[in-house]
Each structure stands twice: as C-alpha cells, then as structure tokens.
Design a protein around this ligand. Structure first.
Ligand code: UD1
Ligand code: CA
Length: 468
C-alpha cells in the first residue's frame, strides 16, 4: 500500500492561492532561507506548494522578499508566479501587492504561509468552501499556549469581530486561547477596499492582514471559522527546535498510517520517510530506519535496525540486516543483505542472493543463488548464477582514468583475497585460488591461481632483543 495524494477536489469558485514567504526567519539562525529548510526531506515551501497543487486553483503566487534571488532560483521550475515584496511592511502589505497580480476572474483568495508546511489539503479545501467567494473564512485553533499569536475576538453570540495581535492585546485579550493560524480564505470582491483601509496604527507599525477581519465584520460579512484536523497541521516553523518538533510529529503520524495499513514498525518514534515509501503485506521495519526518495518494500520484506534505503525496490521476502545502506538498487526476492552492506546505484540482484558484511557493490548485477558474504568490492561487474565470491575479493575496476568491466560467469568459485583486474572474464565453472591477482581472463572449469611459490627457510632464526 502507498500513502498517495488524493485527486484535486472540486472548487465552487475560482481560486487564487497566495503563498507568503517574504519574511526573514531570523530565529532559524541560518544562512539558508527559512522556507528552504527541509522537513521530511523536502523544503518547507515545497510542502506548501505541493498542497496548493492538489487544490483546484486558477492562479498561484508566491510573495518573496528576503533572499529573493535564492528563492526565485528555487522556484524557477514551479508553475507559480513570484512577486518581490521589498521592504516587508506586513502581511497586509504583502497581500496588497499580490492582489494587483491576481486575475479578475478569481473570486476567492486563499492565503497560506511558506513556513506552515503541513496543512492537509482537506483543511484548505474546507476553508475555500467556507469562503465561497463571498464570506471570510479563518483557520483558528484553541491552544494551551497562545503566546505570540493573534487572538480571535468574538462577541457574546460567538460571532468573530476581529483579530488582535499579541503585541497589541490587552490583559483580558491575552487570556483568549483561540488563535489565528494566519491561514485564511478571503472574498476577492471587497478585498481591494479592505486592504486600502489598512493602517500602521499598531505596536509593530505594520500593515496587518488580520485587520481586514474587523472591517468585514463591520460590513456585515459572515466570518466563518474552522479548525485543523490534526494538532500539528497549523504549526509554523520559526526555530530549529520547532522544525525538529514538527518533523517528529509528522513522522510519527506517517508511521501510524503505515501501521494502520498493516506494516510492523518497531518504534513509530524512530521511523523516517523522506520521500515516498510503498509497502506490501507483512513488511517489518525495525528501529532507526530512513527511507529516501522512492522506495518499494514488497510483501514479507524485513528491514533491520538503522538501515538507510534510497530510491530502491526490495522484492518479496528479502531480509535487509542491520546498518545497511542501499541506494539506486533493485534487490531480488529472498535475498539476504547485510549487516553492514553498502549497495550503491546500479546494483541489481536476482533471487536468493546473499550479500554480507562490509560488501560494497556498484553497477553490478548478481545472478540467482550467488553469494558475496564478506569484505568485498564488486564494481562494474556481472556475476552469474551460483557464484561464490570469497572474503576480501576486490574488483580493480578503475585504472586511474577509466572504469572497466569484470564478468564472472556461472558456477565460479573465487578464493579469498583475490584481485580481479578489469577488464577480465572469469570463465564458467572456474576456481580461482585464494590470494590471486587475476589480470587475464580465465578458461572455464579450471583452477587458476597466481601466487608466488611458498618457501620455508629452515636455518632462519628469529632476531633476539639487543642486550645493553
Ligand atoms: C501572523 C498573524 C497572526 C498569526 C500568526 C500565525 C498578522 C498581522 N499576524 O503573525 O495573527 O497568529 O501569523 O503564525 O498577519 N510575511 C510576508 N511579508 C511581510 C510580513 C510577513 O510575506 O511583510 C510572511 C512571512 O514570511 C510569514 C507570514 O507572512 O510566512 C507571517 O508573517 P509573520 O511575521 O511570521 O507573522 P506573525 O507576526 O507571526
Ligand atoms: Ca510567524
């Protein structure tokens, strides 16, 4: 099963999405722009963009400011418009600039933040539906610690009247626990006029987008609110600690979803997917594993502790033992890989292959039933069926300039500590004596060895320590 994205939902009004990302992110204390920091292996801003692509929108605009050049470059292949807000005079100012670029036919404007990466598409869709081109829809949340957030002001009937920023709030307003997540859907038609009415009469001297709520209320526009389904959805990233906390919350949630689908995960708190992981039935994943890019674990696969698997397919009933590292590989069924195996790009194994500890493979295919159990390097190699590669065998595939192929045909037995100097072919059924350096191809079914003759010196005596 694969946790894939849903199809784009239908939207009743024409939607424009504005992604705010002009802020500096000082508290990250990093030279990397905040929205380019990674969560689950993907930059924060790409999480928001990917969600936006799942919504049926006519137009998407990203507002950038700090490190605009770097962000423009990052966004160049994305189907979005960008706008540089310089200087950054507040969220209201950002949207005022954005509005000039929003096509006339858009009736709903959805505002999302580049540093709030994990909103569910369904939550955003609910907001868009609640706005419906004519109302104001706010994503709010009841939190234990509302410190720093804008507070939702309601009248005695529970109607929203406005939002008060933390820094501008009175003592009684500070006790309000319902906060503004910042994510909102606004009706396009009255928005121009609301934004024009914004002032900087507040503690921060900024144009607050949140001030449009009071204006809407005064004009009798309905203000709808809805809450995120999961507590981490509307969490923003302002510091490294918040980023790590959000990463854990997200990964634990993912782990639980895989568990619901029947995957055995030894510890959902030590499980990381940085890409797309697809699992068959009865897959078992031990602690501390990391899955990057596109990874497929077919039915019955077991992954031992502290294993990293990237862009790899592992076929049915194969066992990957502890501390192995696999990248860009296709591992056949009923294999046993590791512990401590390093499987590099272009490695392909057939069924019943064993690759043991401290074995490295690269651009190498290994036939059915073959084994390389200890301390071996196989690079640019074709290994046939039923081959036994002895401990310490090294393919010398690189002459300092070019790479060369080694071919090991079926039923070969290679003794330990052998160097195969490529290009070289080891004929079917060959046996290579231990400790050989093989520089020319070997005939089939013969023993080949290259070794200096063993001598014993009967008159030799071990030197004695010097006497003072
Ligand atoms: C904002 C909300 C606050 C809410 C909080 C949630 C306002 C006035 N306040 O406060 O009610 O509780 O978010 O996190 O909107 N940005 C720009 N241009 C600007 C200023 C900000 O693009 O001129 C972007 C930032 O990059 C960020 C987002 O807008 O992605 C929010 O800005 P931030 O400064 O974090 O707003 P808060 O003061 O936290
Ligand atoms: Ca913020």
């Amino acid at each position: 099963m694969s946790l894939t994205k849903s199809n784009p939902p239908h939207s009743s009004s024409t939607l424009s999405i504005v992604l705010l990302a002009a802020g500096q992110g000082t508290r990250m204390r990093s030279s990397l722009p905040k929205v380019l920091h990674s969560l689950a292996g993907k930059p924060l801003i790409n999480h928001v963009l990917d969600r936006s692509f799942e919504l049926h929108a006519a137009h998407r605009l990203v507002v950038i400011g700090h490190q605009a050049e770097r962000l423009t470059q990052h966004l160049q292949d994305q189907p979005v418009d960008t706008l540089i807000q310089q200087p950054q005079l507040g969220t209201g100012h950002a949207l005022t600039l954005a509005l000039q670029q929003i096509p006339k036919e858009c009736q709903t404007v959805l505002v999302v933040y580049g540093d709030v990466p994990l909103l569910e598409t369904s939550t955003l869709q609910r907001l868009v539906d609640l706005c419906d081109g004519q109302h104001l829809a706010l994503l709010t949340e009841e939190v234990m610690d509302p410190q720093g957030y804008g507070r939702i002001l309601r009248d005695q009937n529970g109607q929203v009247m406005g939002i008060r920023e933390h820094k501008d709030a009175s003592v009684s307003e500070l006790s309000i626990k319902e906060i503004n997540t910042g994510i909102m859907a606004l009706p396009r038609q009255p928005l121009d006029q609301w934004l024009q009415a914004l002032t900087t009469n507040n503690v921060q001297g900024e144009y607050y987008l949140t001030d449009v709520v009071q204006l809407a209320h005064q004009q009798g526009i309905t203000i709808n609110t809805c809450q995120p389904r999961y507590p981490w959805e509307a969490m923003g990233v302002n510091s490294q600690a918040q980023l790590a906390k959000l990463e854990r919350a997200f990964q634990t949630h993912l782990a639980q979803r895989y568990q619901d689908e029947g995957v055995s995960i030894s510890d959902p708190h030590r499980f990381d997917v940085r890409g797309q992981l697809t699992c068959g039935r009865d897959v078992l994943i031990d602690v501390g594993c990391i899955f990057e890019g596109q990874v497929v674990l077919e039915e019955g696969v077991k992954v031992g502790p502290y294993t990293v698997i990237k862009d790899t397919v592992v076929e049915r009933n194969t066992e990957i033992l502890a501390f192995s590292h696999l990248e860009g590989a296709r591992i056949g069924p009923n294999n046993r890989i590791g512990p401590y195996a390093r499987i590099r790009p272009g490695s392909v194994t057939a069924e019943n292959v064993h690759i043991g500890n401290f074995v490295e493979t690269k651009k190498t295919t290994i036939g059915k039933g073959s084994k390389a159990n200890h301390l071996t390097y196989l690079g640019d190699t074709q290994v046939g069926q039923r081959v036994n590669v002895g401990a310490g065998t090294i393919t010398c595939n690189y002459d300092g300039v070019n790479k060369h192929q080694t071919i090991i045909e079926d039923d070969v037995f290679i003794g330990s500590d052998t160097q195969l100097v490529a290009p070289v072919t080891i004929g079917a059924g060959s046996t290579i004596g231990a400790g050989s350096t093989i520089v020319t191809s070997t005939p089939p079914d013969q023993l080949t060895l290259s070794r200096s003759k063993q001598v014993s010196l009967s008159r030799w005596r071990r030197p004695k320590p010097k006497q003072d």
